[in-house]
Design a protein around this ligand. Sequence first.
Ligand SMILES: Cc1ncc(COP(=O)(O)O)c(C=O)c1O
Length: 426
Amino acid sequence: MSQHLPVQTHLSPVTTKISQLVVTHGSGSWVYTESGEKYLDFTSGIGVTNTGHSHPKVVAAIQEQATKMLHGQVNVFYTRVLIDLAEELRTIVPEHIDSFFFANSGAEATEAAVKLAKQVTKRPNIIVFQGSFHGRTHLTMGMTTSKTIYRIGYQPLPAGIFVAPFPHALRYGWDEETTIQYCIKELKHLLKSQTAPAETAAIILEPEQGEGGYVPTPPAFMKALREICDEHGILLVMDEVQTGFGRTGKWFAQDHYNVRPDVMIMAKGIASGVPMSCIAASSEMMAKWIPGSHGGTYGGNPLAAASAIATIRAMRDEHMIENAAERGAQLTTGLKALQATFPRIVEVRGFGLMVGMEFRDENGTPDAATVTALQKGCLEKKLLLLSCGTYGNVIRFIPPLVVTEEEIRNGLKIIHDVLSQIFYKN
Ligand SMILES: Cc1ncc(COP(=O)(O)O)c(C=O)c1O
C-alpha cells in the first residue's frame, strides 16, 4: 500500500501524480522503487521512452558524447553530432522534408512551427481542433482544447487561434461518414466566418489525438484537410510529438495516410528521454524563415543529439517499429475481447502501441469513475497506466516499443482481474 502514502518533498504540488512511487531506476518496460518493488510501465514517460527505460545503446551513446562535449551552442559553431542527426532524420521523414530546427520540448517546437508558418505565409492566424493538445506555454495553451484544467486561471490566451470540430463519431453519436462530412463543413464555415484563408497560416493536427482521448484522424478527413490547405495556400502541420518515433507501428502516424505534411513537429520519443524536440520542413520553406528571428540557448544539445541518433538506429536495428505493430495488434485484440465481457468499454481504438479504451456508463455518459478505479487497481497489482480524454474516461496504453508478448499478456490479465473486481467483486 506504500504507493498511496503521500510523499513529503519540496517539489511544487502543481505537478499532479498518478502514484506516490519513488522510483530509483528503470530498465525496458519496468521501473524499480526505492522500497524494492518492480512495476510494469505502460506509460513510457507519456510516450517518451519508446526504446524502453535506459536502452543500453542509447545510454552508451550519451556516455560517449558526455566525454566529448555537453553543450555546443548552435549560434557559435556547428557540432558534428547535430549535423549527423539531421542526416539520420532525413532517412525517416518524407522525401520533400530536408531541413530541421531543434528545440527542447514539444511546446517549444509547436511554437516554432507556428512562427515558421506565420513568416512563410505572412498570415497571422492558425486553426487547431477540438480535443487537441499542443503544450502548456501561453501560445500552446491557447492551441490546447482537450481539457479546461490547462487553461484555468490563465485566460485570456493569445489571439489568432481558431478551433474546428474533430471527427470523432462516438462523441457526436453519429456514423463515421456523417461525422466527417459535418466536420469538413464546419471547417469550411470557419474559413468563411472567422478566419479568412488569406489570414490563415496553418492548420495544425495530431494525426492521432493524444491527450484528447487517443482518437485517430479518419483518413477521409485527413485527405480533405490536405485539399483545403492546397486550395488556400494554408500549411498543414502535423504534430507528431506523441505519435512519432515508431509509436504507431510506423515511424510517424502520418505514414498511415497518403498525405503530405508541410511541417512536422517532433519531440518525446526522439531522444529516448533526453529533452529534445524538432521541427522539420522543406529547405525552400525553411529558407523563408528570417535568420535570427528564432532560436534558443539549448536547442540541438549534443547529448540529446547523440541520444537521438542512437534511438533511431536502435529502433531500426532491433525492429522496434515492427514490434510496435505486432504488440499493438495483440493489445488491441486483447482489449476488444475484454469489451465483450465489460460493456462499459465502448471503444478500443488507435494505431500500434497508442491505444485508447473508452468507458461509458449504462446511460452513455462518460465514465471517469471506472477509469480511476481501474488505474488504482492496476497500480496495486503493479501495472502503471495513464488516462486521457476530455472527460477522463479513456485509459491510454503507451508501453515501450520493446514490450514483449508476455508483458502485454500480463498487463491484459491484470486489467481483466481489476475490471472483474470492479464490476463483479470477485
Ligand atoms: C501531441 C502533443 N503535442 C505537444 C505536446 C507538448 O509537449 P511538451 O510537454 O514536451 O511541451 C504534447 C505533450 O504531451 C503532445 O502530446
